[in-house]
Design a binder for this molecule. Sequence first.
Ligand code: KIV
Length: 272
Amino acid sequence: MSVAKKEYKRVTTKSLVDMKKNGEKIAMLTSYDYSMAKIVDGAGIDVILVGDSASNVMAGHETTLPITLDQMIYHATSVVRAINRALVVVDLPFGSYQSDPKEALRSAIRIMKESGGHAVKLEGGKEIKESLKRILNAGIPVMGHLGLTPQSIYKFGTYTVRAKEEAEAEKLKSDAILLERLGCFAIVLEKVPAKLAKEVAESISIPVIGIGAGKGVDGQVLVIHDMLGMTHEFNPRFLRRYADLHKEMTKAFKDYRDDVKSKSFPSDDEQY
Ligand code: KIV
């Protein structure tokens, strides 16, 4: 059963704002390669995020910090080739926008020009205001990212829920208003109390897409390896698993190994 209120042939930044206006929730997932993105796009997911979580789930790093701009462009290029409908948003990786606004713009331009992605995502609020302005002034659509911002993990020291204290919650609310005022088309809100996330979503007219931010926001995003159950050792409360691919894939690989060892693969029919 389809629950979309309107059919969008291609999802644009404007479609997302319309979805919020019409009360239609936005479905977003990450992807990092052609084959996965083709399935995700074909399933009608509205936004594909080429997240810097590729650093964790594709490259096996402990944090998102090591992934480079060239590597993000490689992932994004593969995803863009697969897409017919979804909006493709690409993370600016750590170190590609924090030092100065000119470098931030250069990094965003490289992503747009070399990958064909449709928008970029940056982590942070007031502290990256000048970089956001430069990128937006160049006509590049920007998705913000507030709350738990994994590129700052060594500052936070932990991946626990953010903005539980009044001062941090107040800063988050004013950062969300600032991002809207600067011209961002949407904001990802990661791991904050549901009540605060709802308040933020109601205070601005651009969509707020949550991950661990409860049901009062305008859409949801999950890392694809997590929702497919491939990262089975990762079990945060917010994660709903839609498949157990770790189990399925392990079984397939074991069956294949057994068939090769027992000489039952290939059969007479599977050879030339
Ligand atoms: O990189 C990523 O996958 C993200 C999501 C967690 C929102 O930023």
